[in-house]
Design a binder for this molecule. Structure first.
Ligand SMILES: [Zn+2]
Length: 374
C-alpha cells in the first residue's frame, strides 16, 4: 500500500517536472521569437512582400482569366506643368487643364490621373526599362510610363532643407504628389523620367541637388535640349550643340547616371529621316561623343509592346496627358481604347505570353521566350 502511494507521488512529481520543463521551453521560444521579430522586422516584411509579388500565371485557364497579352500596347504619358495653386473647378477650362491645350494641369487633376491608373491595374515602369524590353509587373497588371518635359519649377519645387540636409519638397508639386502615391500604394512602383533643358528646374540654389535627389529616389533624368528650339529650323551644327550641351551638363552633375534619351521639343521633327536627326542620335562636344538610344515624339496613342515587330525603341510615341471630355485622344479616351488593346502581364519577366492569334506579332528574337494560348 505504502509503496503504491510512493509510486503515485513520484508519478505526480514527474508530471509536475515535465509540465515545468514544457512551460520553460514555451517561454524561451516566445522570448526568442519576440527578439527575432524585434531585431529583423524589415527582413520579415520584405519576405512577405516578395512572396506576394511572385505570383506567376502558368496555365491557359489562368491566362484566359486575366486576358494575358504581352504583345499589347503600353501608354507613355507626357506631362509638363503641375499646378498646386489652382483647383480644376477654377481654371475656366475643361477638366484639369490650366491652359486650353492642357499642357499645364492642376495638382488635383494629376492626383485623379494617378488614382485612375492604379485602380485600372496599371503599374509604373521606367522608360529606360521599357526601351530595353524589361517589363516586370505583377500578374494581371499592365505597365505605364510617366514623363515630364521642360524642367518646370512645379515638377519638383524645393521649399528648403531640413536639419538632416534633406530637400523639402512642395507636396503640391509633381514629385510631391508622386512621393505621396509611393507611400499610399507601394506596389504602384512610382517612377518617372524628367526631361530638362539648360535651365534645369529653374531653382539655381538647389538645381544640382534636385537632379541628384531624383536619381537617388528612383526617378530618371533625360535630355530636352539646351534651349528648346524647333529642330526643323536648325542647322545640323546647331542641332548637335543643342543635344550635346545638355549631355555635358548631366555628365558633370550625375556622371553616367542619366538616361540617353532625348524628348524632342514640340515633338519636332516628326520623322526620323530629317537631316538634323542623325545629330540627335549621335552628337559630339569637344572631346566627348554621346549616343542617344531613343528620341521621344509627341503623339496621341500608346506605343507597342517591346516584344512586337512594330516596336521601334529609337523613336517612341507619347500620349499628351490632358482632358477633353473623353474625346480627341485625351487621357480618358486613350484609356478607353486601351481596355481592349493593353499589355497584360503573366507575372513572369522571363516568358512572353500572348493569345495564339497574336503570335506573329512577336519579334523573332523573342521566339525562345514565347508562350501562346487559346
Ligand atoms: Zn518641351
Amino acid at each position: 500500500m505504502a509503496r503504491r502511494v510512493n509510486r503515485r507521488k513520484r508519478r505526480i512529481r514527474i508530471c509536475i517536472l515535465a509540465a515545468g520543463c514544457l512551460a520553460v521551453l514555451v517561454l524561451i521560444f516566445v522570448i526568442l521569437s519576440f527578439l527575432f521579430h524585434a531585431l529583423f522586422p524589415q527582413k520579415e516584411a520584405k519576405k512577405t512582400e516578395e512572396k506576394k509579388e511572385k505570383i506567376v500565371l502558368n496555365s491557359a485557364k489562368q491566362y484566359r482569366k486575366y486576358h494575358v497579352d504581352e504583345s499589347g500596347n503600353v501608354p507613355v504619358m507626357m506631362y509638363h506643368g503641375i499646378h498646386g495653386e489652382i483647383l480644376s473647378k477654377d481654371t475656366g477650362n475643361t477638366g484639369g487643364n490650366v491652359d486650353v491645350d492642357g499642357y499645364q494641369r492642376t495638382a488635383d487633376a494629376f492626383e485623379k490621373d494617378l488614382e485612375m491608373y492604379y485602380k485600372k491595374g496599371y503599374r509604373m515602369i521606367r522608360l529606360n526599362d521599357y526601351l530595353d524590353g524589361k517589363i516586370d509587373v505583377e500578374a494581371g497588371k499592365s505597365p505605364i510610363v510617366l514623363t515630364f518635359d521642360d524642367g518646370l519649377e512645379n515638377n519638383i519645387r524645393v521649399t528648403g532643407v531640413d536639419k538632416n540636409g534633406e530637400l523639402k519638397i512642395d507636396p503640391k508639386s509633381a514629385v510631391g504628389i508622386l512621393e505621396k502615391f509611393k507611400k499610399k500604394y507601394p506596389d504602384f512602383h512610382v517612377t518617372a523620367t524628367f526631361f530638362i533643358t539648360g535651365g534645369k528646374f529653374s531653382q539655381p540654389k538647389y538645381d544640382d541637388k534636385i537632379i541628384k535627389w531624383l536619381i537617388d529616389h528612383d526617378y530618371d533624368v533625360g535630355n530636352h535640349t539646351w534651349n528648346h528650339p524647333d529642330f526643323t529650323e536648325l542647322t545640323t551644327e546647331q542641332a548637335n550643340e543643342q543635344v550635346a550641351l545638355v549631355y555635358d551638363m548631366l555628365e558633370e552633375i550625375i556622371p553616367g547616371k542619366y538616361v540617353n534619351i532625348v524628348a524632342l521639343p514640340f515633338g519636332s521633327p516628326y520623322k526620323k529621316d530629317h537631316e538634323t536627326m542623325p545629330y540627335v542620335y549621335d552628337c559630339t562636344s569637344e572631346d566627348k561623343e554621346y549616343h542617344t538610344k531613343c528620341a521621344l515624339q509627341v503623339a496621341w496613342e500608346p506605343d507597342y509592346s517591346p516584344y512586337t515587330v512594330e516596336f521601334d525603341p529609337t523613336f517612341i510615341k507619347r500620349i499628351r496627358a490632358y482632358d477633353n471630355n473623353g474625346t480627341n485622344f485625351d487621357i480618358e479616351s486613350t484609356f478607353q481604347v486601351l481596355e481592349s488593346t493593353r499589355y497584360i502581364s503573366d507575372g513572369d519577366e522571363k516568358t512572353i505570353v500572348v493569345p495564339k492569334e497574336n503570335k506573329d506579332r512577336v519579334d523573332k528574337t523573342y521566339k525562345k521566350r514565347l508562350k501562346t494560348y487559346e
